[in-house]
Ligand binder design. Structure first.
Ligand code: ZN
Length: 173
């Protein structure tokens, strides 16, 4: 299935849902998933969610819950567009929240900082649009399934992580 997906990716095409779901299906049958699993950033469309539900039904591994990390678009744009990465060592910075000591230079290795294409403001706006059209409908979908947990993703990293851990603890067993 991975090789199948690679064919599409090599041609710069989106991998079709049935191939993506096939990869997830294969992965979930491995030993280390038998006690539980976490899917991160998947599914991203209603079609994927429906296909996933079928696969999980067959495997008898239903989803216990879905966490939605909510964010305000303007704040997300500020967070993402301010990210900088060191070309040499890969260390991450933020021009406002975690700036380097010398503008444009890595504190660790002195390498030049650059902005990933993904973090350009126009790309971020496109990603937010795609999210709004294709992924946001999953919030209602999982609300109706009765397994949606909504957390505020705009709090600090330690607080968001603590809240996620609380949800995991509550659903254990
Ligand atoms: Zn560096």
């Amino acid at each position: 299935m991975g090789l199948e997906a690679k064919k599409y990716m090599d041609d710069g095409l989106l991998v079709p849902d049935d191939v993506v779901v096939g990869i997830v299906e294969e992965r979930l049958q491995k030993e280390d998933c038998q006690e539980g699993f976490i899917l991160d950033g998947f599914p991203r469309t209603l079609a994927q969610a429906e296909a996933l539900k079928k696969v999980l039904g067959v495997l008898d591994m239903p989803l216990d819950f879905v966490i939605s990390l909510g964010g305000d678009n303007l704040a997300l744009i500020e967070r993402l567009s301010g990210r900088r990465t060191c070309r040499e060592c890969g260390r991450g910075y933020h021009i406002r929240f975690d700036p380097p000591q010398v503008d444009g230079k890595c504190d660790s290795c002195g390498g030049a900082l650059f902005q990933r294409d993904d973090d350009q403001e126009t790309t971020i706006r496109e990603r937010l649009n795609v999210y709004g059209c294709q992924t946001a409908p999953l919030i209602d979908y999982y609300k109706k399934e009765g397994i949606l947990v909504t957390l505020n993703g705009m709090e600090g990293i330690p607080q968001v992580w603590a809240n996620i851990q609380k949800v995991l603890d509550e659903h254990q067993g």
